[in-house]
Ligand binder design. Structure first.
Ligand code: WT7
Length: 631
């Protein structure tokens, strides 16, 4: 199933469009099924209703673990690199990982979990996180991993939305020289989570934690009470595999639902091809498993292909900005898949951190999460890849399950700043505001996908109507991505960024409405408006315009209070970079905030604000411009 030439890419692409069912049916043959499908695809984008590999039975963990045991049982599945470089790294072979997953699956059962139950996972980047994820999949429970940067309130909202029965966490996490008290945060969250019956706690940083009798149990104790034999649950291809919450343009994050069969096929196929993974290579994706990149390209994609996947607990700059390069040298990394924000941050330290580091093992580089600027692209290419390693700029989303538009390493061309060409099976289309197709090359429009692919979301948990409204109603019969896109003279795609009210801060998706809601929860704040502005390292920064008439004490302290409120309500990742106190916001007569104007002000581009005549009070704009000069 690996594409080895440009000609083959073209042929496969053509075939995938002309006969998608045959194409994906063949790809799916490379996986292990308990029972075959009777229909590869049935779909309609109106309801939406999408079914891949209907009737087929499988368990994704048999594909990620059991099937490798015979030939590759002793091959490293996961290499764990701890936050502290002085600590030993840990290698889990396929055999060991299989054993631990089965054992922990039995722990889940012992604690009352069964097929279909939702389980929340809030853990540091340790091997046990991957084990917990796979153990859920083993017994057919639906995991909902929540990134360690989210607050108790965010966790509680997510747990309640999907009525999780169990929580898996750790005492705490290390992030650089910081410690995050994960269990404390979970304790705060669980005060408002009536559906949670049990909480399994891994010891990691060994900070003191409260353990509530009847609810909380230690991971290390539990595994002693069970054995490591656990038959995988037989799952229908369309049974739910996991939920992953992501932000949209409304205030409430939605639970994107992925199912077993299609997701597995898509994550595995795209991993193998995009990175051109070769047996015995070491692959390192620097994402967190709390995001879709970690689900698809640390856990499921690589493991389904029998790859060796590096799992890194720490951050790129700890203990020094050489850390990634030390890891590359130490584990002889062949593929490094990271985010533009990390590249830009490391670039800012100059070349010193690279001195004396042996990066010669690198064969393929990857970028994900946001548009990569040309400067960062060239630095990555020259300084890290020594101009020999193709960079795959992979465009995709939580909702797409896997990579959609991207070069195929060593096979299709790359172009700085471009995600380039759609993978086989992917049919992108650019449309104007009215949904009319913009055909031909050298054009820009809104990016939609006009045909299903196996990894696509099936619904948003508990609210199918929302899935329909968000993705399938803007344009008839199309999946709308929310991204703007350019197709150049060669037919290559370049993603230009979100066209909705969603920010991309350091590759993390944050809804402006969510941040506004959080700011508005601060006592005394009357109203706020949040926009993104260009930020050198983060890609986008968060700029908040806040009306706070009877401020308590000094303005600077009030800003800190607001940041604290946002940290409480959402998490530190959503803290505004800039807060500007204003007395009014630019609104239309119907009361709609004109963000276009605020975006220009935040960008310092006030020369041409466009038409402001429809504003209720045009004077407010001058005042905001004046105030903004002081930031
Ligand atoms: C949004 C999806 C996909 C995993 C990480 C983010 C932006 C993602 C690229 C890229 C330009 C990109 C898009 C997309 N995005 N990859 N290679 N070039 N933009 O997943 O949190 O669901 O965010 O990230 O705007 O819609 P996500």
């Amino acid at each position: 199933m690996q594409i080895t030439s440009f000609k083959q890419y073209e042929e496969d692409y053509k075939k995938s469009i002309e006969n998608p069912e045959q194409f994906w049916g063949e790809v799916a043959q490379n996986f292990q099924w308990r029972k075959p499908w009777f229909k590869v695809l049935s779909w309609n984008f109106n309801e939406p209703q999408i079914k891949w590999f209907e009737g087929a039975k499988l368990n994704i963990t048999e594909n990620c673990l059991d099937r490798h045991l015979e030939k590759n049982g002793d091959k490293p599945a996961i290499i764990w690199e701890p936050n502290n470089p002085e600590e030993e790294s840990v290698t889990l072979t396929y055999k060991m990982l299989h054993e631990r997953v089965c054992r922990f699956a039995n722990v889940l059962k012992r604690n009352g979990a069964k097929k279909g139950d939702r389980i929340c996972i809030y853990m540091p980047m340790v091997p046990e996180l991957a084990i917990a994820v796979l153990a859920c999949a083993r017994i057919g429970a639906v995991h909902s991993v929540i990134f360690g940067g989210f607050s108790a309130k965010s966790i509680a909202d997510r747990i309640n939305d999907s009525q999780c029965k169990l929580v898996i966490t750790a005492d705490g996490a290390y992030r650089g020289n910081k410690q995050i008290p994960l269990k404390d945060v979970i304790d705060d969250a669980l005060i408002g989570c009536p559906t949670v019956e049990k909480c399994i706690v891994l010891t990691h940083v060994r900070t003191p934690v409260s353990m509530l009798k009847g609810r909380d149990v230690w991971w290390e104790d539990e595994v002693k009470h069970v054995n490591d034999v656990c038959e995988a649950e037989e799952m229908d291809a369309e049974d739910m595999l996991f939920i992953l919450y992501t932000s949209g343009s409304t205030g409430k994050p939605k639970g994107v639902v992925h199912t077993c069969g299609g997701y597995m096929v898509y994550a595995g196929y795209t991993f193998s091809n995009v990175f051109n993974y070769q047996p015995d290579e070491v692959y390192f994706c620097t994402a967190d498993i709390g995001w879709i990149t970690g689900h698809s390209y640390i856990v499921y994609g690589p493991l389904s292909q029998g790859a060796t996947s590096v799992l890194f607990e720490g951050i790129p700059t700890y203990p020094s900005p050489s850390r990634f390069w030390d890891i590359v040298e130490k584990h002889k990394i062949n593929t490094l898949y990271t985010a533009p924000t990390a590249i830009r941050s490391l670039m800012s330290f100059g070349e010193d951190p690279l001195q004396g580091k042996d990066l010669s093992s690198i064969r393929v580089l990857g970028s994900v999460g946001e548009p990569i600027n040309e400067e960062a692209w060239h630095w990555f290419d020259e300084k890290i890849g020594h101009s020999k390693a193709p960079i795959v700029d992979t465009w995709w989303q939580t909702e797409t399950g896997g990579i959609m538009i991207s070069p195929i390493a060593t096979v299709t061309p790359t172009k700085p700043g471009y995600a380039t060409l759609p993978l086989p099976g992917i049919q992108p289309i650019l449309v104007d505001e009215n949904g009319n197709e913009i055909a031909g090359n050298s054009v820009s429009g809104n990016l939609c996908i006009k045909f299903p692919w196996p990894g696509m979301l099936r619904t948003t948990y508990g609210d199918h109507e929302r899935c329909k409204q968000t993705y399938f109603s803007t344009y008839e019969n199309l999946y709308f991505t929310g991204d703007g896109c350019l197709r150049d003279e060669d037919g290559y795609y370049r993603i230009t960024g979100r066209v909705d009210d969603v920010l991309n801060v350091s590759g993390h998706r944050i809804g402006t409405a969510e941040v506004e809601n959080a700011i508005n929860m601060h006592a005394g704040v009357v109203e706020s408006a949040v926009v993104g502005y260009p930020h050198d390292v983060k890609g986008q920064g968060i700029y908040a315009f806040v009306i706070y008439p009877e401020m308590h004490g000094e303005a600077e302290l009030s800003k800190k209070d607001i940041l604290q409120t946002v940290t409480r309500v959402i998490g530190a990742i959503a803290k505004p970079d800039k807060i500007l106190f204003v007395t009014g916001l630019p609104k239309t007569r119907s009361g709609k905030i004109m963000r276009r104007i605020l975006r220009k002000i935040s960008d310092g581009d006030t020369a041409n604000l466009g038409d402001t005549s429809t504003l209720l009070d045009p004077g407010v704009v001058e005042e905001i411009i004046e105030a903004a000069k002081s930031l």
